[in-house]
Design a protein around this ligand. Structure first.
Ligand SMILES: NC(=O)c1ccc[n+]([C@@H]2O[C@H](COP(=O)([O-])OP(=O)(O)OC[C@H]3O[C@@H](n4cnc5c(N)ncnc54)[C@H](O)[C@@H]3O)[C@@H](O)[C@H]2O)c1
Length: 298
């Protein structure tokens, strides 16, 4: 698959994806829109209102400016990427898209209604409708559409412009051709590293990571070891770049709790059972780096 141009697709099935959209331009949506635009795709970003549009646009501009400052991108490439981005508050503007990546708030009803809306407006029967959800079953969004075989998960990691990994998540109804097209697009157009995952709680990465973080928090909670020693153990003994307590703070303790609850509720895996201390920290508003205090202070 080569860099997309809008004319590549005329008269063909959309093996070359040029017209893309991202629904939601928060932390993840803005990053994904930036990745798509930098890769040469035409991108429409859909948001709830003009204030959210302004915030999303500012987030992308700031990230691109930082990439230029760090010498990762030329000023010309940054301008070209910005020129490929348009913003809307009307989902009907996504009618001609070949790939839509939903990155809206992690709320099942919100996401189901977005998928129903996309199903109603996106005209190309070959279009792929994807979700960036970290914790919800893809099949529930697929079932909100009349084309469940065209729906799958394309799960980026934060920050999307930097992290290479993308989990491609097929539901039990995703067509093989959709999985293959999405995988080729992620790898060859976006230059990311796709891995294939089943539509199971946590996919690959969070299914391993969340029980690990919960175990570390349980170790701290029980007085078994201090947070500093738990983190030093994994950094200095296992060459991890960051220990699990600091990593939980970075991921966000609310996000960790939500992910643990969702894995535990479906699998019953005791390793994913949310530690009481984690729930209490979230109740207290101590969410980690983003709130200025979690297990550590920032
Ligand atoms: N935060 C992470 O580290 C991370 C990593 C990977 C995947 N995810 C997933 O990405 C998704 C978004 O997470 P986030 O952290 O960017 O959230 P966020 O809260 O930063 O952004 C969500 C955005 O969605 C918008 N939105 C809500 N309803 C909408 C609608 N109907 N139409 C258009 N936009 C709408 C909101 O206005 C907001 O700007 C979630 O599904 C989450 O599970 C998050």
């Amino acid at each position: 698959m080569t860099a997309p141009t809008d004319t590549d697709n005329e008269g063909k099935t959309p093996m070359v994806i040029a017209r893309t959209a991202v629904v939601g331009s928060g932390l993840m949506g803005a990053g994904i829109a930036e990745v798509l635009a930098k890769s040469g795709c035409d991108v429409i970003v859909s948001e709830v209102d003009t204030a959210a549009v302004d915030a999303g646009r500012a987030r992308i501009e700031k990230s691109l400016a930082k990439a230029v400052e760090r010498g990762k991108l030329t000023a010309g490439d940054s301008e070209a990427a910005l020129a490929r981005l348009r913003f809307t508050t009307d989902i009907a503007d996504l009618a001609d898209r070949q790939l839509v990546i939903e990155a809206a708030s992690e709320n099942e009803e919100v996401k189901r209604s977005i998928f129903a809306g996309l199903d109603a407006v996106v005209t190309d029967e070959h279009a792929i409708l994807a979700s960036n959800t970290s914790s919800m079953p893809i099949i529930r969004f697929a079932q909100a559409t009349t084309r469940p075989e065209r729906v799958l998960g394309i799960h980026f990691f934060n920050p999307a412009p930097v992290q290479p990994l993308v989990e491609i998540v097929s539901s039990v109804l995703t067509a093989e051709e959709v999985r293959e097209t999405a995988t080729a697009f992620v790898s060859e157009v976006l230059g990311k590293a796709p891995v294939q995952a089943s539509d199971r709680p946590g996919f690959i990465v969070n299914a391993l990571l969340i029980p690990y973080l919960c175990s570390a928090i349980r170790m701290l909670e029980s007085g078994y070891a201090t947070k500093e020693d738990i983190d030093a153990g994994m950094v200095k003994g296992c060459a991890h770049p960051m220990g699990p307590i600091a990593l939980a703070d970075l991921v966000g303790l609310d996000t960790c709790l939500f992910a643990a609850e969702s894995i535990f509720s479906e699998t019953g895996d005791p390793a994913a059972k949310p530690p009481v201390l984690l729930s209490r920290m979230v109740d207290a508003g101590l969410l980690g780096v983003k709130s200025g205090r979690g297990f550590y202070e920032y």
